[in-house]
Design a protein around this ligand. Structure first.
Ligand code: FAD
Ligand code: 2HG
Ligand code: ZN
Length: 486
């Protein structure tokens, strides 16, 4: 997608020269930590959706917090703009440069620092891959309090920088609660650390919160201290089919009431999303893809399998008797658990089936949640833009799914190519619709580059001014992740 019309390179930033490269080589002390080869750099310049492409000529991969500090101090003095990059799985174009900003990848800062098996506090480097963190915790009988489809690539630091929500926020809450401390490097090289943080500590401002969800605009997170729950011993997953969005809401109310403390995820998917996923996975749906207008995935987790099985079965029996659930399946073993989850977790990939996707990650009052998918679909149809089988139409399908338990919808408009025509039909229409329902234009993915001009739909002028004041205080030369939301 071309975005040169949206933003111009800011000439206040210096251009990289040979002596800069020499300076970085001497900081990093290792030729593998500095990438300049065009083919290798290309990988870091492009985002997961292949929607945004930067033009950096340099990727730095520091191995220590001190190296990050020296790099930032140098860049700040030289007015060189930078982009922190974790696993590059972000979905709003925040992790790639817009022009020639230097990428600072955290991929080599990836060690577990310590784990306290009594308190459950994990301390790790920011570049640790989420799945690696969880696998380590599994051996200790603990679980990472965040889970998401990108776990094999995303970093714990990237999760904190985006305040990722994911599939189990319903159970374990937001990172604003579970992160106990951070280590971060400010643009002038100052190392801030609250890694020794305790569960309770009311001594002044809670500074770490500023970095959680800051999307690389204030500093680089290098270390994370996080409280991890005990790993549940029993997991159950059920996939259900229902005939209306009304029924989705009723099943949710019932699940909270009857499954209560063992409910760990409540996700919904529309029939269209399951049809696309079926084509993407080249597999038959466990129930029947597209046959029902809505599907629900319920996960329970607890400490006693018999107890959980009994509760889930009784709940489903009642939901079917009440006519809320039309069909359903309960996973019988670990393979089936994974298989049922795949029909939810593969949707982001399935949404790229046509070549591109416009993503809207929104918070809405539950009653209005699916209304946005209907409104967007109607608008696209009125314009004659959608057809799942007709390759001459730019849009494949508009699908809705998400973390219904958190009031978080993912509207994905799968397209055959990125085009201004489709974008103009969708934006700002979608943002206006969300504002009219008092929702948020980003529930969990952040603003990044995609929504940089739309923050006003969810924040007041005063809020935006306070954010800008903070940004200018911590990053007076504005070298951190420029051209993005702030
Ligand atoms: P990146 O993409 O590399 O970076 C994201 C942003 O954080 C950028 O602005 C970057 O500059 C900044 N950043 C990264 N690391 C640091 C650091 N160490 N210090 C400072 N800034 C940093 N998100 C959800 O909330 N819930 C989901 O369920 C979910 N599922 C996903 C499923 C898939 C298949 C994919 C592709 C993405 C999904 N996401 C989800 C998006 C989500 O934002 C990311 O997966 C994840 O949190 C980003 O981590 P990352 O390491 O890839 O960060
Ligand atoms: C999810 O919940 C992620 O699967 C990704 O947040 C959503 O791709 C999306 O739009
Ligand atoms: Zn999500």
């Amino acid at each position: 997608e071309s975005y040169a019309d949206k933003v111009k390179r800011d000439e206040r930033y210096s251009k990289l020269n040979d002596s800069d490269i020499e300076a970085f080589k001497s900081i990093l002390q290792d030729s593998h930590s500095l990438i300049t080869n065009e083919d290798d750099v290309a990988f870091f310049n492009e985002d997961w959706m292949r929607k945004y492409r930067g033009q950096t000529k340099l990727v730095l991969k520091p191995k220590t917090t001190e190296q990050v500090s020296e790099i930032l101090r140098y860049c700040n003095e030289r007015n060189l703009a930078v982009v922190p990059q974790g696993g590059n799985t972000g979905l709003v174009g925040g992790s790639i440069p817009i022009f020639d900003e230097i990428i600072i990848s955290l991929g080599s800062l990836n060690k577990i620092r310590s784990f306290d098996s009594v308190s459950g506090v994990l301390k790790c480097d920011a570049g640790l891959i989420l799945q690696n963190a969880d696998e380590f915790l599994k051996e200790q009988g603990y679980i990472f309090p965040l889970d998401l489809g990108a776990k094999g690539s995303c970093h714990v630091g990237g999760n904190v920088a985006t305040n990722a929500g994911g599939l189990r926020l319903l159970r374990y809450g937001s990172l604003h609660g579970s992160v106990l401390g951070l280590e971060a490097v400010l643009p002038d090289g100052t190392i801030y650390s609250s890694m020794d943080a305790l569960r309770k500590d009311n001594t002044g401002y809670d500074l770490k919160q500023l970095f959680i969800g800051s999307e690389g605009t204030l500093g680089i997170i290098t270390g994370v201290s996080i409280l991890c729950p005990s790993r549940p011993q029993a997991f159950n997953v059920a996939l259900l089919a229902v005939s209306s969005y009304e029924a989705v809401q009723k099943v949710f109310v019932g699940a909270r009431r009857e499954l209560s403390e063992i409910l760990s995820a409540f996700e919904f998917m529309d029939g269209k999303s399951q049809l696309l996923t079926s084509r993407h996975l080249k597999a038959d749906h466990p129930i029947e893809s597209g046959e029902y207008p809505f599907y629900i995935l319920i996960e329970t987790s607890g400490s006693n399998k018999d107890h959980d099985d009994e509760k889930l079965e009784a709940f489903l029996e009642k939901a079917m008797e009440d006519g809320l659930v039309d069909d359903g399946i309960i996973a019988q073993d670990e393979t089936q658990v994974q298989n049922l989850w795949a029909w939810r977790e593969s949707i982001p990939e399935a949404s790229t089936i046509g070549g591109g996707v416009y993503k809207y990650d929104v918070s809405l009052p539950l009653a209005d949640l699916y209304g946005l998918v209907e409104a967007a679909s109607e608008r696209l149809s009125q314009e004659g833009l959608v057809d799942i089988d007709d390759a001459s139409k730019p849009v494949v399908e508009a699908i809705g799914y998400g973390h219904v338990g958190d009031g978080n919808l993912h509207l994905n408009v799968a397209v055959r190519e990125y085009s201004k025509r489709v974008e103009n039909v969708l934006e700002p229409f979608i943002y206006e619709w969300i504002q009219s329902k008092k929702g948020s234009i980003s529930a969990e993915h952040g603003l990044g580059f995609q929504k940089k001009n739309y923050i006003g739909y969810s924040k007041t002028d005063i809020e935006i001014k306070l954010m800008k004041d903070l940004k200018e205080h911590y990053d007076p030369k504005l070298i951190m992740n420029p051209y993005k939301y702030i």
